[in-house]
Design a protein around this ligand. Sequence first.
Ligand code: SAH
Ligand code: SF4
Length: 365
Amino acid sequence: MTLDEALSKTVLDKDDLVFLLGLTDPRDVQRLHDAAYAAKCRHVGNVAYYRGLIEFSNICVKNCLYCGIRRGNENVRRFDTPREDILAMARWCHEQGYGSVTLQSGERTDAAFAEHVEGLVRDIKKIGGGGLGITLCAGEQSEETYRRWFAAGAHRYLLRIETSRPELYAALHPGDGMHVWKNRYNCLRVLGKIGYQVGTGVMIGLPGQTLGDLADDILFFQTIDAAMIGMGPYVVHKDTPVGQAVLASGENSDECRQKRLLLGLNMIAVTRLALKDVNIAATTALQALHPEGRELGLKAGANILMPIVTLPRFRRDYQLYEGKPCINESSEDCRNCLERRVRSAGDSVGWGRWGDSPHFARCSQ
Ligand code: SAH
Ligand code: SF4
């Protein structure tokens, strides 16, 4: 297969996906990213929409083997942002013209948490007369909890499947009955049934993951009809079992990290070519591996940015992975810096707009 052949297809099969994901020659990679950028302009426009990211708590009942805030990591100082501060951050986002906020946290399934988030959503919804779009990203919950949060005003939910291959998922999570691929998959189905715009995604460059797995991930996004995709490279955290294994095997050299970055960008580009009119985020993890990671993401076909709004005093304690950028910055710094990044990618910011994906609008009619 030649690159011309693969890029001229309107429907990509698994072989095409694997071929495109595996490109490494800089000229080929450039052509792939340019084609994806053109597809983004055609299907969703070259406008970057903001979802102000409020990482409101790092308390988590889960123990995912790769994540820096897993329950078992005792080096983390746990925090729970006071409710008034969260509301002030959401108001700030609205004043800045961020169209939406994303509330993200570790996973808790106790009744107090469900009620807390419900109240937050209800109060954020009142800001500016319902002006802010609300995305939630708080892990696996019961159908009842998801329904309550939806009724309170959340309309998007981000739950990464992490990998579409259950065996790989099992290798990256404890086998304690709390981390079950099928349960996560069922959550995605329930979220769609309730009426949320469903976002999912994977980590890219995980130990044991193949190009075939990543191609299957893209086919999985198609199968579940995701409206938005949030994915990024896997980044080592030294206080985690997966991070320690990767470090011990020498797989975290600069070269390995740059490979994961390239794979992350190719994944964005190929997902854009395959899924066309969905929202795709250029996530902060890209920037952990390259100072211009997020611009490169926009240039490879992403159209969503999640500027960090988390209170500066908590940023250091919300490190899912190491080298997370912006931990010493304020929300104002992040706002100014990101707009420069968007412009340098040739895009404009969709100030004050929700930026729902055309895909969701098309499929929910
Ligand atoms: N607790 C919720 C939301 C917060 S975690 C949940 O797990 O869904 C958000 C995402 O961070 C996860 O879905 C995972 O894909 C990502 N993540 C965790 N550890 C990571 C790492 N070491 N490198 C890159 N991404 C990571
Ligand atoms: Fe908790 Fe999410 Fe990290 Fe898993 S990935 S340990 S659920 S915060």
